[in-house]
Design a protein around this ligand. Structure first.
Ligand code: F0G
Length: 446
């Protein structure tokens, strides 16, 4: 599907930003020239997906589209039990309602904010066990999304009796779209087995993860993406899925598992929260399009084209010297704002400030994946400045051309060239208690 985009003037953008309280989520999409806010639900569906959409079966119960989707998921993952949900966080909500309780510990690799939110809102602890090298943005390493086995073992040694499961996010979005190696997934499995624990994959970008295993990990070059996916999921007990990413649909998600006790437990929450078991939160037609999307996006050529576009943008940024989490991630480039706006103190949110500057420069909408998104510590209520402060430029699947990448890179270069003139950031004037980044209101300082 092709859509028109519209240019605007700097004066218009300054006014719109003010009206949006300097939070780019509050902009109208028509006020954006190139939208890199997210790769979630923004991909273009293929001819076969649109055709499948017309064939959707909207039966309330037992829809043919559900069984087609279930068969596809089973073929790719090996999981027998499937619960459709309206998106990824709904899958988390349904499954975690059954599994996560007050005082629990859920170790993982940089839990996504909704995942962390669904754990912390149940008064449980999301313990980040990501490898330390993920914090060194300039280090070139193939699998910076990995779980640190020692950190994981330590959490389990202390809290195994209060650990309902381990969650591994593939690819690791918050650390920069960085992949997790097969060797690491095997290590996690070993540690889980040692303590008798189950493993969930937060699988939003599992196909991109498989692509990186194929292209970067020894022994996988000759395996197909589908073979690699199956080998990955063989190491897990269940998955939560935001189908809006690697399923290439605009809305949808699911839970899948090999365990009937988890399925039975989750079922009880699916019906009141999402809907009857054979549609959960989805239309029949959307399930039909998702089945095709999953099949298409677990083919090498599709992934190669997509990931190369992200790499193309990275190479342009290399030319201009703009620092980002290296190597480029699967779905996005994560600009290391602390290395760009070195004069803006962390208390004034450098990444959010850079996001604002990039929008003012060229109408490009990025997303802060940094100190604002990190929320406050649930106990001390202090801002969490311990992580990385990124501007994420997410690339929609099958939407933009490499020429759009050139425009993004040129705009960033312009901001980068005047980085030393930017000395003040923003302050928060209103925020929600959880997942504040969507609705936070800000004011520029200085
Ligand atoms: N897990 C990961 C790794 C995600 O990136 C997301 C969403 C979710 C779970 C939740 O899925 O949006 O369908 O409810 N990430 C989007 C993003 C919003 O922009 O990265 P959802």
């Amino acid at each position: 599907m092709v859509e028109p985009i519209r240019k605007s003037t700097r004066e218009e953008r300054e006014q719109w930003l003010k009206e949006a309280h300097y939070n780019l989520f509050q902009l109208k999409a028509d006020q954006v020239y190139i939208d890199c806010l997210t790769d979630s639900g923004t991909g273009a569906m293929s001819d076969r997906q649109w055709a499948a959409l017309m064939m959707g079966d909207e039966a309330y119960a037992g829809s043919r589209s559900f069984y087609d989707l279930k068969d596809t998921i089973n073929r790719i993952t090996g999981f027998d039990f499937v619960i459709p949900t309206h998106q990824g966080r709904a899958a988390e909500n349904v499954l975690f309602s059954a599994l996560v309780h007050e005082g629990d510990y859920v170790p993982g690799n940089s839990h996504f904010d909704t995942t962390k939110g669904h754990i912390e809102s149940r008064k449980a602890h999301a313990v980040d066990c990501t490898v330390d090298i993920a914090k060194d943005t300039q280090l070139e390493a193939p699998f910076k999304g990995n779980v640190d086995p020692e950190k994981l073992d330590k959490v389990l040694a202390e809290h195994a009796d209060k650990t309902p499961f381990i969650i591994v996010t593939i690819t690791n979005n918050t650390a920069g779209g960085q992949p997790v190696s097969m060797a690491n997934l095997k290590e996690v499995r070993k540690i889980a087995d040692k303590y008798g624990k189950r493993v969930i994959f937060d699988s939003a970008r599992f196909a991109e993860n498989a692509y990186f295993i194929k292209t970067r990990e020894e022994g996988y070059a000759d395996k197909s993406i589908k073979e690699i996916c199956r080998e990955m999921f063989d190491l897990a007990d269940a998955m939560t899925m935001s189908a809006k990413k690697d399923g290439i649909v605009n809305m949808g998600g699911f839970i899948a598992t090999r365990h009937d006790d988890w399925y039975e437990a989750a079922k009880k929450f699916c019906i009141p929260f999402e809907g009857y078991l054979t549609y959960g939160g989805m239309n029949g037609r959307d399930m039909a399009a998702l089945a095709v999307g999953l099949d298409e996006n677990t083919e090498f050529d599709n992934l190669y084209t997509r990931i190369h576009q992200v790499e193309y943008l990275a190479k342009k940024l290399d030319e201009y010297g703009v620092p980002y989490q290296r190597p480029a991630g699967g779905h996005a480039i994560f600009i290391d704002a602390s290395r760009v706006l070195t004069k803006v103190p962390k208390e004034e949110f450098p990444a959010q400030t850079l996001t604002i500057e990039l929008y003012k420069e060229a109408g490009i909408r990025g997303c802060e994946i940094g100190y604002i998104l990190a929320d406050r510590d649930p106990v001390t209520r202090e801002n969490r400045f311990g992580g990385l402060d990124f501007v994420r430029l997410a690339i929609a699947r099958r939407v933009y051309t490499d020429n759009h990448m050139n425009v993004i890179a040129a705009a960033l270069k312009n901001v980068f060239d005047r980085r030393d003139e930017i000395t003040r950031g923003v302050k928060i004037t209103w925020e929600a208690e959880l997942m504040r980044h969507f609705t936070v209101q800000l004011e520029p300082l200085g």
